[in-house]
Write a protein that binds this ligand. Structure first.
Ligand code: KG4
Ligand code: ZN
Length: 337
């Protein structure tokens, strides 16, 4: 822990580049003054994120995104007291662009730097104004790379009580969308298609038989594949919306089932939800009634963004200059997530 831990600078400049979104945000305390997200609309042609392409685009975009965030916040680097950045987990090449940029920005002004875990960021999105939701609570984090249940007792960290054994929920959305001929990223496209379908027309597995708090989504994707084959091209095309609705329903039910179990096991009466899949309307509606208090941030704070990294940074030890210069990114976390 650096000598600055405990001192909480009010204005934070945060960077996030763990996947294909180049993000910067300026926070004043728990208030987001600006959050800029530049999505690299280039990976759709490959049907997924190409790591090397993502890194190169981060490199091209990062300075402009930081400048834009400062300008929108009506701030300059002189106002910034702390630089925060995602250290992992994610694509190492992509993470390194954000990490090195953050180091350079901080070092030039001898500012402290707070390295943040991306998953802690998804949990911390709920700490932000206008409706800060504070621990203790149970948090479902469902994104493209991770799906886990976190027992959050204090804002500085969390304990994983359940996680996916195979695909993440967002991956299930993306793979299902691909089978249905939808573009990447599949989650939002599948949600739009499902809106016109009947979720009861086709039944998909929810892995009810899997005991405990872990998730499994690989059987679901296979079930859709077989269902499409059985129907044949014409019928499958005719029933696309119903198939999407049934598939989405199964993901939502699988998540809700484990959340219910985890609330029981942990005794939490407060539930928070984060990660890109928390932008899904059907999931938001399903989880809203599961606990006496439920917090689901606005969709733009659920999908990857830097404001959530700034929110987490307020609760982790900051490193003083020049301690952080040797920091490395990590692809998977200490928990193996
Ligand atoms: O948290 P996130 O932005 O990036 C990761 O950390 O992975 O999550 C991205 C994932 C993708 O799989 C995307 O398809 C999914 O979140 N997603 C959605 C929706 N919006 C994004 N899934 C379902 N419905 C949505 N509206
Ligand atoms: Zn994420």
């Amino acid at each position: 822990m650096g000598p600055l831990a405990g001192r909480r600078p009010r204005v934070i400049l945060a960077l996030e580049t763990s996947c294909d979104d180049t993000c910067a945000a300026v926070l004043e305390g728990a208030t987001v003054r600006a959050s800029v997200i530049s999505s690299q609309g280039i990976h759709d042609r490959y049907g997924g994120v190409v790591p090397e392409v993502a890194s190169r685009h981060h490199l091209e975009l990062v300075n402009a995104v930081v400048d834009d965030a400062l300008r929108r916040a009506d701030a300059t680097l002189d106002d910034v007291g702390l630089v925060a950045v995602t250290r992992g987990p994610g694509l190492v090449g992509a993470l390194l662009v954000g990490l090195q940029s953050a180091k350079a920005l901080a070092a030039a002004r001898r500012l402290p730097l707070a390295p943040v875990d991306h998953l802690h960021g998804h949990v911390a999105a709920t700490f932000l104004e206008p409706d800060p939701f504070e621990p203790p609570f149970l948090c479902l984090v469902a994104s493209g790379g991770h799906t886990l249940l976190a027992d959050v007792r204090d804002p500085g960290g969390f304990e994983v009580v359940g996680q996916t054994l195979d695909d993440a929920a967002g991956e299930a959305f993306d793979k299902g969308a691909r089978l249905l001929g939808l573009p990447y990223p599949g989650g939002p496209a599948l949600e739009r298609l499902a809106a016109g379908g009947n979720p009861g027309a086709f039944e998909f597995p929810v892995a009810r038989g899997l005991p405990g708090l872990d998730f499994s989504f690989s059987g679901l994707k296979t079930a859709l594949l077989y269902r499409l084959r059985d129907l044949g091209e014409t019928a499958a095309r005719e029933h696309r919306a119903d198939l999407a609705a049934g598939y989405q329903h199964a993901i939502v039910e699988a998540l809700a089932l484990r959340v219910e179990r985890a609330l029981e096991t942990t005794g939490h009466e407060r539930l928070a939800v984060g990660g890109g899949v928390a932008a899904n309307g059907a999931l938001r509606r399903r989880l809203a009634g599961l606990a006496p208090a439920v917090a689901i941030p606005a969709p733009a704070l659920c999908t990857d963004n830097a404001a959530m990294i700034g929110a987490a940074a307020r609760h982790v030890p900051a490193l003083a200059w020049p301690e952080y210069l040797s920091l490395d990114a990590y692809a998977t976390g200490e928990r193996g997530l």
